[in-house]
Structure formats: structure tokens, C-alpha cells
Design a protein around this ligand. Structure first.
Ligand SMILES: O=C(O)c1cc(=O)[nH]c(=O)n1[C@@H]1O[C@H](COP(=O)(O)O)[C@@H](O)[C@H]1O
Length: 271
């Protein structure tokens, strides 16, 4: 099943637009896991077990694994998720972007090594650098468009002669030229609902990955109203820290589950 079909099925099965981000910070590990060689795997597995019923997908951020020399634990985690939750899409957040032959290796890393359903990529270097990912026709390619961070405006707001900002050019290219296999999605931050609405108008029902609720303070009702598609879905609204570290005592699993449930409910209330 393709990424887009799997995501669509997951939206239906879970009635959730929440994506749980897996950003395992060694400084914020629960006390019971500190000092353990398998802490990254055990933490993320427990979070997935606690939150999967509230989520349309999970998004491991690769830097949190590679910086801790824990890529093998990410591999094991992806294997576990595929076996235990076969309907739950895995988005590898890697934000890759490099010339074609190098991108081929990044694509193999995402889609072979981790067997991710989708990967985030940076379009700054142009179409030929995205092509190696697009060749994996059943996988999703999620292109940075209007990122959630304040500095995103430095480049993404630069306007061309006709007044179109760069991020809308990216949205147009993704929707019209690059999406020949129907496998593309776009990243648009929840911190900028006005731009979410402009991107939605530009790309029809293309899925959007929307990080920025929770720790970054994005407004959930404004985000949902700006970004829902014609069927009231169309978004993977990511929250990482606000779920992972909702509790810092022995009840961290339950606290994560409660935070995920509350976020899903807040999103659904605005759909
Ligand atoms: O591609 C992303 O996932 C992403 C894009 C973006 O514009 N902003 C953004 O915060 N992210 C990622 O989304 C997650 C946000 O984490 P929290 O702020 O803790 O919810 C991190 O893993 C970021 O790397």
C-alpha cells in the first residue's frame, strides 16, 4: 500500500490527525531508563505503545537517534512499529537535500534501512535532488514549504517579480510538476495559520505535515481551520516534546497517553 493510501486509511481508522513526534532527548529520559544502552529504543517503544491509538502516524527525528549513536535502535523501533502497528505510517524526519547520487543514498537510508513510509526533504537544491526519492513510487516525499521556525521567513518569504513568495512557488511546483506519482506532501508550520490557508488553496487536497503545536505554541483551532482538506482531514499535525515529556515522574507513559488523547480531541473539536 502506498504512503498516501496508508495515511488515508489511518485517518479513517484512528479518527485522528495527530502525528506523534519521536525526538528522544538524552537529557529528558525517564529516570528508570537513564544509563541503559537500549534507553532510546525502550523510551520510544513505550511512547508508541501509549499513544498509537490516538495517532494517525509517528515521526522519528533522525538527529535524536544518530547523535546518540542509536541508529540501530531506530531500525529496531521501525521494525517493531511495522510488526505491532502495521497500519501506522512512519515518517522519517531527516530533511535531506543533496545532489542526485548522494540523494540516492539518503533515499536508500530512509526507505531500505529504516523502511519508512515517507521522508522529509529540503527542496532548496531543486528537482533533480528530489528525483531519487520520487523514484520510490509507493513512498511519501514530504517537502519543506513554510517551516514553523521564526527564521523560516528569511528565505521562504522572498518574493519573485509577480509578488509570489518562495514558499508558494514550492507549493505550486510540488502540486503541479513534481507530484507525477501522487506521492508528495508539504511541511507547513502550525505557527503560521495564514500561510497554511494559502498553501491549502494552492495545492488542493495534498496532505500537509504540520509541526508546531504544543511546545512551539501553534494554535490548534486556527491550524485545523486553515489546513483541513475538502474531507476535513488532510493534515498530520505533529507534536513531539509536549507529548514525550508530558510527565517527568514514574507516570510518564500515562502522561504521554493523556497528552496525545487531549491533543487529538482538541484537533477533532476544530475539524
Ligand atoms: O519537518 C519537520 O518535522 C519540522 C518542520 C518544521 O518546520 N518545524 C519543525 O519543528 N519540524 C520538526 O517537528 C518537531 C517539532 O517538535 P516539538 O516542537 O517538540 O513539537 C521536531 O522534530 C522538528 O524537527
Amino acid at each position: 500500500m502506498s504512503f498516501i493510501a496508508k495515511l488515508d486509511q489511518s485517518w479513517s481508522d484512528t479518527n485522528s490527525l495527530l502525528m506523534v513526534g519521536l525526538d528522544p532527548n538524552p537529557k529528558r529520559m525517564p529516570a528508570e531508563l537513564q544509563g541503559r544502552g537500549d534507553a532510546v529504543y525502550e523510551f520510544c517503544k513505550a511512547i508508541v505503545d501509549a499513544t498509537a491509538q490516538y495517532a494517525c502516524g509517528i515521526k522519528p527525528q533522525i538527529a535524536y537517534f544518530s547523535a546518540q549513536r542509536a541508529e540501530d535502535q531506530l531500525e529496531a523501533l521501525c521494525r517493531y512499529v511495522r510488526a505491532a502497528y502495521p497500519g501506522l505510517p512512519i515518517v522519517l524526519d531527516a530533511k535531506r537535500g543533496d545532489i542526485g547520487p548522494t540523494a540516492e543514498q539518503y533515499a536508500r537510508e530512509a526507505f531500505e534501512r529504516y523502511d519508512a513510509d515517507a521522508v522529509t526533504v529540503n527542496p532548496y537544491m531543486g528537482f533533480d535532488t528530489l528525483q531519487p526519492y520520487l523514484e520510490w513510487q509507493d513512498r511519501g516525499v514530504i517537502i519543506l514549504c513554510r517551516t514553523s521556525n521564526p527564521g523560516g521567513s528569511d528565505l521562504q518569504f522572498i518574493e519573485s517579480a509577480d509578488g509570489t513568495p518562495l514558499y508558494l512557488h514550492v507549493a505550486g511546483l510540488a502540486a503541479e510538476r513534481w507530484n507525477t506519482n501522487g506521492q508528495c506532501a508539504l511541511v507547513v508550520g502550525a505557527t503560521f495559520p495564514e500561510e497554511i490557508a494559502r498553501v491549502r488553496r494552492r495545492v488542493g487536497d495534498m496532505p500537509l505535515l504540520v509541526p508546531g503545536v504544543g511546545a512551539q505554541g501553534g494554535d490548534i483551532p486556527a491550524t485545523v481551520q486553515a489546513g483541513r482538506d475538502s474531507r476535513g482531514r488532510g493534515m498530520m499535525i505533529n507534536s513531539s516534546r509536549a507529548i514525550l515529556y508530558a510527565g517527568n515522574g514514574e507516570d510518564w507513559r500515562q502522561a504521554a497517553a493523556a497528552a496525545a488523547a487531549a491533543t487529538r480531541d482538541a484537533i477533532n473539536a476544530a475539524r
